[in-house]
Structures are given as structure tokens and as C-alpha cells.
Design a protein around this ligand. Structure first.
Ligand SMILES: [Zn+2]
Length: 269
């Protein structure tokens, strides 16, 4: 006899569980953001203070809450801890809540949780180090293809499943579009972006790649102009594009359908 999980997979209980799960995975995302670029294991050792090296006790490692209780300081040495740690946890939780509200208690939602955290981790690693780690994007491509084949809906036409061929076409679109951009821009865009967009294409399809590109370019231009006008940065300032792609991909996932329908309605005057 099985205990029915159904009450936990719908309505407010599911939304609360999703947000809590987002906090916990967000805490793991912090570990990935900190350790992946250093090629350290994300499993061992347990979290420790980056300043004094003291292992963080279990009760001091509760997402967001511990940060508030300890008022952003290490219990052992008193060094202040970056507010980015709770911010990443909170952001991840909010995005999980949004996915739960948008897609409900389905296997696709569980997969989107993974996709969301991948985008969050990529955003911060690319911002810090101007790299997009292969550890995320390379497994992400086959996992995305498999998920699209088995459980994902078409993000732009949700009544239908995505299917393997649409996913393959999406991955190929992402790969070749960004391979061309990387080739033409001669280093302005790197191999990390190419692999990332192959993964995004596998999950969101070719329309997702196009919309992500459009949204990321708009946001990138606005931020680039802002940096030039208000911060006096030159035209050659390197701004990592991964965070814009990640934001564009998540916007495409959540509201891509609405954006496309809006465009069709208003574009045919
Ligand atoms: Zn410390």
C-alpha cells in the first residue's frame, strides 16, 4: 500500500514545498557557484567559512534564516558573509515557486527546477569568471533531450508534448546560431555560450532559442548603453553575455507563450 502523494502535489501545499525545496537547492547552487570554477568537488568537504575555514554547523547552514540570525557573520571568526549567499537562495526559491504556480505538480516542473538552478549557477559563475562551466552545459544537452522526449511540454504550445525531434532541432539551432556568432565575433562570444544555447534549445526548442536571443540582446544593449553613458565604460568593455542568456531563457520559459501571442496580435495590424 502506498501513501498518496497527491495532496502534496497540488495547490498551496505544493507551492510551499516548492519554495522550500528551492531554498535548499539554492544553498547547493551557492556551493556550485563557489567551487565549480575552482574545479573542486561540490559534494565534499562540507561547507566551511571562506575566511577562517571553520566547518559550518548544520544549524548555521539553514538557507536565508541562518544568515539573518547570525546577522551575516561567521559564528567562529566574525567575518562578514556576502549577502549574495541568501540572495541566491531566495532567488532560486522564488523561481521554483513561479514554476510551481505556472506548471503545477507535474514531472515537467521537477525538470524545470533543475533547468532553473542551472541558469542561476551559470549567471553567477559567468558574472564572476567570464566562463560558463562545461560541467553544467555538456550533461545538460542530453538530459534536456531526454526530458523533452519523455516529459516536457512544448513551451510555446503547451497542450502538446515537446518530443525528441523538436528538441533536437532546438539544440541544433542553439548550437549553430551561437557557433556562427562566436565565429563572426572572433572571441566576443565563447564556446561556453554555444554549449549553453544548445542546452537551452534542447529544453525550449528553436523558438525558445530565437526568443532568448532577442530578449538577451535587448537587455544586453540596455545594460551596455548604461555602462557607457553613466559609468564611462568604453565600447570594448567585456560584459559577460551568459547572465543575459540565462535571464532570456527563463523569461522564454515562463512567459514566452504570452510574448509570442502578444507579438502576433499586435504585429498584424
Ligand atoms: Zn569564519
Amino acid at each position: 500500500m502506498f501513501l498518496s502523494l497527491k495532496p502534496l502535489l497540488e495547490g498551496p501545499p505544493f507551492y510551499v514545498l516548492s519554495a522550500l525545496f528551492g531554498l535548499i537547492v539554492g544553498s547547493f547552487a551557492n556551493v556550485c557557484i563557489y567551487r565549480l570554477p575552482k574545479r573542486e568537488s561540490v559534494v565534499t568537504p562540507a561547507s566551511h567559512c571562506p575566511s577562517c575555514g571553520t566547518p559550518i554547523r548544520f544549524v548555521d547552514n539553514v538557507p536565508v534564516i541562518s544568515y539573518l540570525i547570525l546577522r551575516g557573520r561567521c559564528r567562529a571568526c566574525g567575518m562578514s558573509i556576502s549577502p549574495r549567499y541568501p540572495a541566491v537562495e531566495g532567488l532560486n526559491a522564488l523561481l521554483y515557486l513561479a514554476a510551481a504556480l505556472r506548471f503545477g505538480g507535474t514531472p515537467a516542473t521537477l525538470f524545470y527546477f533543475i533547468f532553473i538552478t542551472a541558469m542561476v549557477v551559470i549567471t553567477f559563475i559567468d558574472y564572476d569568471h567570464q566562463i560558463i562551466p562545461d560541467e553544467i552545459t555538456l550533461p545538460g544537452i542530453p538530459i534536456g533531450l531526454l526530458a523533452a522526449w519523455l516529459i516536457l511540454p512544448d513551451p510555446f504550445y503547451r497542450v502538446a508534448g515537446m518530443g525528441l525531434s523538436a528538441s533536437l532541432i532546438g539544440a541544433a539551432t542553439g548550437f549553430f546560431l551561437y557557433y556562427s556568432i562566436a565565429f563572426l565575433s572572433r572571441g566576443g562570444m565563447g564556446g561556453g555560450d554555444v554549449k549553453m544555447m544548445a542546452m537551452v534549445g534542447a529544453v525550449l526548442g528553436w523558438k525558445g532559442v530565437v526568443l532568448t536571443t532577442f530578449l538577451a540582446s535587448c537587455a544586453g544593449s540596455i545594460v551596455g548603453l548604461y555602462l557607457m553613458v553613466f559609468k564611462g565604460r568604453g565600447r570594448k568593455t567585456k560584459v559577460p553575455f551568459g547572465p543575459f542568456l540565462a535571464a532570456g531563457a527563463l523569461l522564454s520559459l515562463f512567459v514566452g507563450q504570452e510574448i509570442v501571442y502578444w507579438y502576433i496580435r499586435h504585429g498584424q495590424r
